[in-house]
Ligand binder design. Structure first.
Ligand code: AMP
Ligand code: ZN
Length: 466
């Protein structure tokens, strides 16, 4: 196992990963809210734990990942935003229950994620299945003096948790200034957040609780699901940069408020995807679904290629031109891997091969430096390594990159007559007629074909790319 250093949002520095359990790294990832399609910005965030797991596994660790499905709260929010899909959504969803809506968009999320080779998590808990655990946590928070109830609604008392604001570097003053809109006058502090909300008149999903009928706040879901499935201390929590505040700040206060100790060791946050200078967001209407890119003729993995070229923590500007470039580069890379795989070079791996491999692992271990890994991919393609070794390295690395580099068979058109010559040469070789076979090899060479002999028979390349 190679030691890894990961940037931790909590401490603002790279720290060595020391798994709680020696043999396995346990990860919790905030997942989608399933009342709408995910866009490629969401997918960039969900790709982070996928790349993390693949890297960890490449470096010799086992992993266990939980990604929740938020099917409560947002779904029946009074400000339910249907965006410009309004017609479509209404048509499809009319007469459908929140449960059916959630099931539909959960499936759509899974399909879209699979299109960009995001592996499914080991567990996909639904928030609606963890209401009892949420209530239990809220009761404990009240008992420990971290929460209070007013009229059937329970708030977290941020003043009771001095570390509140540490993750997002928000001071209580800033929180005060940032509290916008109408604030419930019964709150002790305007920054106090909802743990349980008394049901209003128009709610579809309501559960009984010790405080009367209601529904949970968004943040408590993740405390309940993460600790239920991964225990009270686990290794890594992932999300998008916009989750740092308030979502993760609140989750940290809840989970540590209940347990009295650190629960998450590393907080990892992915940078946002931008479109024309603004954050890609459903509400702003500036977003793409991955299937739209496919409709435009792009390989969905071109988006993955694009994402791999930027450090996961930086914001990334999406453009169709950038995607087109990634699409071409990916197609070229696959063609090369295909062509090189048919080579029959000597199979010794050698120093240069090992050196590339070591540098690839070092890039992963340095806070998932995938842009550096992609630079190595390019270096390999231009290296003096034998072609088959180049292909072997790239196919191996693809276990992390997930670009399906092996997908396309070599797209080589044979010059006229070459096939007959190859066939004749194969016959001559089998018959031991090496004079003829050498003559045919020369004839093929004149056509631009390189033929080599291997124990499995002759292999050929046509105008090889370098
Ligand atoms: P939601 O379904 O709205 O809860 O979002 C799911 C995930 O997508 C969250 O973890 C967000 O941090 C993330 N996300 C939302 N917008 C973007 C964006 N423009 N770029 C990257 N990630 C995003
Ligand atoms: Zn969450």
């Amino acid at each position: 196992m190679t030691a890894l250093r990961l940037y931790n949002t909590l401490t603002r520095q790279k720290e060595e990963l020391r798994p709680v359990r020696e043999d396995i790294v346990r990860i919790y990832s905030c997942g989608p809210t399933v009342y709408r399609y995910v866009h490629i910005g969401n997918l960039r965030t969900f790709m982070l734990p996928d790349l993390l797991r693949r890297s960890l596994e490449y470096l010799g660790y086992r992993t266990e990942q939980v990604m929740n499905i938020t099917d409560v709260g947002h779904l029946t929010d009074d400000t339910f935003d249907r965006g410009e899909d309004k017609m479509l959504v209404s048509a499809r969803l009319e007469h459908k229950s929140p449960k059916e809506i959630a099931a539909y968009y959960t499936q759509a999320f899974m399909t879209d994620a699979a299109l960009v080779n995001i592996r499914a998590a080991d567990h996909n808990p639904r928030a609606s299945q963890y209401i009892a655990q949420m209530i239990e946590l809220i009761e404990k928070l009240i008992a420990r003096g971290h929460a209070y109830e007013v009229g059937g609604t329970v708030y977290y008392d941020i003043a009771s948790f001095p570390a509140y604001g540490r993750l997002s570097r928000n001071s209580t003053d800033k929180l005060l200034a940032g509290a916008r809109g109408e604030v419930d006058p019964r709150k002790h502090h305007p920054g106090d957040f909802t743990l349980w909300k008394a049901a209003g008149e128009h709610r579809l999903q309501v559960w009984p609780s010790p405080w009367g009928p209601g529904f949970p706040g968004w943040h408590i879901e993740c405390s309940a699901m993460s600790m239920s499935l991964l225990g009270e201390t686990f290794d890594i929590h992932t999300g998008g940069a916009d989750n740092v505040f308030p979502h993760h700040e609140a989750e940290l206060a809840q989970s540590e408020g209940v347990t009295g100790h650190r629960v998450v060791n590393h907080w990892m946050h992915g940078g946002l995807l931008m479109l024309s200078g603004a954050r890609m967001a459903k509400s702003a209407g500036n977003f793409f679904r991955v299937t739209e890119l496919v409709d435009q003729g792009f390989d969905p993995l071109a988006f993955r290629y694009l994402a791999l070229q930027a450090k996961y923590r930086t914001t990334l500007n999406f453009s169709t031109e950038g995607l087109a470039g990634a699409d071409r580069a990916l197609a070229m890379l696959r063609r090369r891997v295909g062509e090189w795989s048919t080579g029959s070079d000597d199979s010794s791996q050698g120093r240069e091969f090992e050196d590339f491999e070591a540098r690839f692992r070092a890039a992963l271990a340095d806070d998932l430096d995938l842009p550096a890994a992609m630079a190595l991919v390019s270096e390999v393609t231009h290296s003096n390594l034998p072609a088959a070794r180049r292909a072997e390295l790239l196919r191996r690395w693809d276990r992390v990159l997930g670009l399906d580099l092996d997908r396309v068979a070599p797209d080589i058109e044979l010059p006229a007559g070459a096939e007959a010559l190859l066939e004749a040469r194969e016959k001559a070789r089998t018959a031991g007629d090496f004079e003829t076979s050498d003559r045919l090899r020369n004839e093929l060479a004149a056509m631009g074909m390189t033929v080599t002999d291997t124990p499995e028979g002759q292999r050929w390349k046509n105008a090889p790319h370098k």
